[in-house]
Write a protein that binds this ligand. Structure first.
Ligand code: ADP
Length: 465
């Protein structure tokens, strides 16, 4: 990855994003509020203007009608000297009087408010002014005078929404600037309050779950905590394992070294040499078995990545029945040596898995059933598909059995119920740990039934293929 890419991938600043968000929200709120306020104000303002226009026009029309002359001058005398525009129009649309101009005005018959007043008695309209930011509101009333039907019309220029906005623009700018400044300070303070507990959290990861400041962070804290625990457990396990391995290797090595020294220095009588060589051979075989189990466990560990994981993609359907037959045949020699009868009952069952690992699992279980047995004992290897459709593999013996208190521990690495018996029979203390590992890789479940003096049955149930 180039430096540029790495820089581009750098995480964003949470404080900065949060601050920007707050400021943006602040500004948007101000703009929205001011727009809504301006709109509402303009509406109520024009309503009031219209209302005043109506009342003024009605007063003018009433005064003018009361005079009973139909003379425009009579209306001119009534018109107030305000900025109002007041016009008198006859039934043909001719302008008889306008208080803002003496120049002749064009015919007003086409004006909607005039047409409406002549037809319905009153009419109103709003027209754009010459300037963009203003509009003129007109209200017209029909009056019946001796001179005939006429229309009294009043009009007033009113600032429209643009005009009002332009008026409030300085206020708007001031408000935005103030809000921006306020939002900057407030957001800085709030961001600090938000981010500080998170920073503090990172300082003490041991109590992360108890100290978590926001409920949204609980999943993260949980993951961190469990990850740490897993790492610590792994570390402890690794340390214990190394210590155990060293110890297990040291014992045979010490014997080998001792016997070899006796032979080397000539202290061993010549008739003892074959026996010593035999012991050296036996200890070396034990070491080879131990090293090969360790290698196997470490290989399984690397497949598993230290975590129980779903089965790897290379798993294929494995015929358990064929596997059971094969294992039974391979173990027959061992069984004979231990004066144990070995039988199998292989019913159709298929497991999705790695064949070599499943062979190892069956062999280890079978080997234990033979080794922890008595002369004349019996071992049976079974496989079948359960009523729930799950295939299983089972090894049952009528051997020495496992005491209740040890049953939960026998799958631990190097745990043995009877250390000397295990060593005597060539056990490494890792067989069941390997079984557990392989079962885990296949998402299998191990069930153990055992009673001292009666025997042991271990069943591994696999998921449906
Ligand atoms: P080992 O190499 O010592 O046999 P394992 O991991 O295979 O190690 O087994 C752990 C211990 O569990 C054994 O030392 C033994 O005490 C006990 N054990 C395992 N299988 C049986 C069994 N079928 N009957 C009685 N005890 C058993």
């Amino acid at each position: 990855m180039s430096d540029e890419e790495r820089r581009a991938r750098r995480p964003q600043s949470m404080s900065r994003r949060y601050r920007q968000g707050l400021i943006l929200v602040g500004v948007l709120c101000v703009l929205a509020t001011l727009t809504a306020a301006t709109l509402l104000f303009q509406r109520s303002y024009t309503e009031r203007v219209d209302d005043t226009l109506h009342r003024l026009c009605a007063t003018l029309a009433a005064g003018y009608t009361a005079q009973g002359t139909g003379d425009p001058d009579a209306l001119a005398a009534l018109v107030p000297g305000t900025g109002l525009r007041c016009t008198l129009i006859d039934a043909d649309g001719n302008v008889l009087y306008d208080n803002q101009t003496t120049a002749p005005l064009p015919n007003h018959a086409d004006r909607p408010e005039v047409q409406a007043a002549l037809a319905q008695g009153s009419g109103s309209t709003i027209r754009e002014s010459e300037t963009m930011d203003r509009e003129t509101h007109y209200y017209a009333l029909r009056v019946d005078t001796p001179a005939g039907v006429q229309v009294v019309r009043v009009g007033q220029d009113v600032a429209n929404i643009w005009g009002l906005s332009a008026d409030s623009l300085p206020l708007l700018i001031c408000a935005v600037v103030l809000i921006l400044a306020g939002a900057a300070v407030l957001s800085w303070w709030m961001t600090r309050r938000l981010v500080q507990p998170i920073n503090r959290l990172a300082e003490n990861l041991d109590t992360i779950e108890a100290d978590v400041p926001y409920e949204e962070l609980i999943p993260l804290a949980r993951t961190v905590q469990s990850d740490r625990k897993l790492r610590e457990d792994n570390e402890t396990m690794r340390r214990e394992f190394t210590a155990n391995v060293s110890h297990e290797l040291k014992t045979p090595l010490t014997s080998i070294s001792g016997y070899a020294e006796l032979i080397e220095t000539g202290m061993a009588k010549s008739e003892d040499v074959p026996a010593f060589a035999g012991r050296i051979h036996k200890e070396a075989r034990r070491m080879i078995a131990l090293v090969s189990d360790i290698l196997q466990l470490s290989e399984l560990d690397s497949t598993r990545g230290g975590h129980p994981r779903t089965a790897p993609a290379e798993m294929t359907p494995v015929d358990l029945a064929a596997l059971v037959k094969e294992t039974a045949q391979t173990m027959t020699v061992n069984a004979r040596k231990a004066y144990v009868t070995l039988q199998y009952d292989a019913r159709p069952a298929t497991v999705r898995g790695t064949r070599d690992q499943l062979v190892e699992l069956a062999t280890n279980l079978c080997d234990n059933a033979i080794r922890y047995n008595r002369p004349g004992g019996h071992v049976e290897l079974r496989c079948a598909t359960g009523p729930d459709g799950c295939p299983y593999l089972e090894v049952a013996d009528n051997g020495i059995g496992i005491p209740q208190e040890s049953q939960s521990r026998i799958f631990e690495r190097f745990y043995r119920v009877d250390k000397s018996r295990s060593k005597e029979t060539g056990g490494t203390g890792l067989g069941l740990a390997i079984v557990k590992h392989i079962a885990l890789l296949h998402e299998g479940r191990i069930d153990l039934q055992s009673q001292v003096g009666t025997g042991t049955t271990i069943r591994v149930t696999f998921p449906k293929p």
